[in-house]
Design a protein around this ligand. Structure first.
Ligand SMILES: Cc1cc2nc3c(=O)[nH]c(=O)nc-3n(C[C@H](O)[C@H](O)[C@H](O)COP(=O)(O)OP(=O)(O)OC[C@H]3O[C@@H](n4cnc5c(N)ncnc54)[C@H](O)[C@@H]3O)c2cc1C
Length: 397
């Protein structure tokens, strides 16, 4: 699809595409099988300067992001990474989203310190909220953190699940609450009990429990359980004001970013299917023609949606953008799932036999779209249209 971009935007996206095709795609099957964080991919991203994509220019980065006038380039980079490996794209999203938060809410001292770590040392970030409170059947552990004010800072005690990049990232923004467990998503305390605390993951009080994580897909996100044993976080590591993350709706910046990853899944499946079918000389089959046509239209629609939402962010229509991102995410989830299924139908059973990339895309996408419940997303969009109270960040009922 021909998208209007200036030469510098095209160059950055091409850099990501090149790396994704040559390095990331060949590594993806092994990371998936071993559920290992894609450490070599992140080393490559640092080497070619992409790790600093969201670091502001004045701190030595590329200055991409929703509040920096160019978020579409960022989402298209994400799409390129997702085409090679959806797990890598999730880890990358977590890194970039964390840096958007630092840029938007951090103090000048925090930015100087932490952006330098990314630009100079290749430090990787992630943001962890995940503390689902209702225990899943067969689950033996319970998740939740307790955050207590102490002299000079806070202590965090307990555990988080879905801690993407655990064991790979150097820093995590912990979304915690002084009102008790639940993170940002599952907490019922007052808004100003919510804190964003930057945690140095080399602290010996932080440990990773890899026994819980054995999912169908997104395995290489290494979204393990992480335990905090009275972890002290100094006051200087508080990002923004208490409650600011929720009040300013920061999560809405990241919702269309997930859609960019879904789009990567769709486009990768489509390209896989075209090559597979062509090599089998099946292109004259009318049903295959239908499946390929529908898949191509879906991929094109996904690009148009992302561009539409990106332009809202980039032209300062932030209120509109905040909800439009959910519409894009909802639409893209369905387009991506349909595309992957159509491509499987066109290619046949052997396309789901390892080491087929389509097999991994199918598993990864099935799991990743569970990041939020589409029923709640659609209900939130409906509530907004009907003038009902709604939560555009986490779609809480
Ligand atoms: C691959 C992957 C990576 C992730 N990485 C991260 C990460 O890096 N950082 C992070 O913070 N999170 C991350 N998440 C976690 C994610 O944000 C959610 O917290 C996670 O999906 C919760 O697990 P769940 O869907 O099983 O549970 P639930 O949240 O319990 O959802 C299950 C179902 O219950 C419904 N539900 C939830 N609460 C209620 C309620 N009170 N009443 C009625 N229905 C309810 C939901 O709508 C949903 O349909 C990741 C998720 C995935 C899939």
């Amino acid at each position: 699809m021909n998208i209007e971009l200036d030469p510098s935007q095209k160059e950055v996206i091409a850099r990501a595409r090149d790396l994704a095709r040559k390095n990331f795609a060949p590594r993806a099957p092994a990371y998936d099988r071993t559920a290992a964080f894609p450490v070599e991919d992140f080393t490559d991203l640092f080497r070619v300067g992409l790790l600093s994509a969201v670091v502001p220019r004045e701190h030595g980065g590329m200055g991409l992001g929703p509040y920096r006038g160019d978020v579409f380039t960022l989402w298209l980079i994400t799409k390129e990474l997702a085409k090679a490996d959806l797990s890598l794209a999730r880890c990358w999203e977590g890194h970039c989203n964390s840096l958007v938060l630092l840029d938007g809410m951090g103090t000048p001292e925090q930015k100087e310190r932490w952006f330098n770590g990314v630009v100079q040392k290749g430090e990787t970030w992630v943001a962890w909220s995940g503390e689902p409170q209702a225990r899943a059947s067969l689950e033996t552990m319970k998740f939740g953190t307790y955050t207590t004010r102490v002299k000079g800072g806070w202590t965090v005690e307990g555990s988080k699940a879905f801690a993407t990049s655990a064991g790979g990232a150097q820093w995590a923004i912990l979304l915690v609450s002084t009102a008790g467990p639940g993170g940002a998503r599952h907490n019922t305390g007052s808004v100003d009990s919510q804190l964003l605390l930057a945690c140095d993951l080399s602290d010996p009080s932080v440990s990773v429990d890899s026994s819980w994580w054995d999912p169908i897909g997104m395995r290489a996100t290494a979204s393990h359980v992480v335990r905090f044993n009275h972890t002290f976080i100094p006051e200087t590591n508080l990002i923004g004001r208490p409650g600011q993350y929720l009040v300013d709706g920061w999560q809405t910046c990241f919702i269309p970013h997930y859609a960019a990853t879904f789009l990567g899944a769709a486009e990768a499946a489509y390209e896989f299917a075209v090559e597979y079918i062509s090599s089998q000389n099946k292109t004259a089959d009318p049903y295959i023609q239908h499946h390929i046509a529908q898949s191509a239209i879906n991929v094109e629609t996904g690009h148009l949606w992302l561009q539409h939402v990106a332009r809202m962010w980039e032209t300062g229509r932030h209120d509109e953008a905040q909800l439009a991102g959910s519409r894009a995410r909802h639409t893209m989830e369905h387009l991506a799932e349909e595309t992957v299924k159509l491509c499987i139908r066109a290619c046949g059973a052997r396309s789901l036999n390892r080491p087929s990339a389509l097999e991994r895309i199918y598993r990864d996408l099935s799991f990743y779209v569970r990041h939020d419940n589409d029923d709640q997303i659609l209900a939130t969009i409906g509530k907004s249209l009907l003038g009902e109270r709604h939560d555009p960040s986490f779609y809480k009922p």
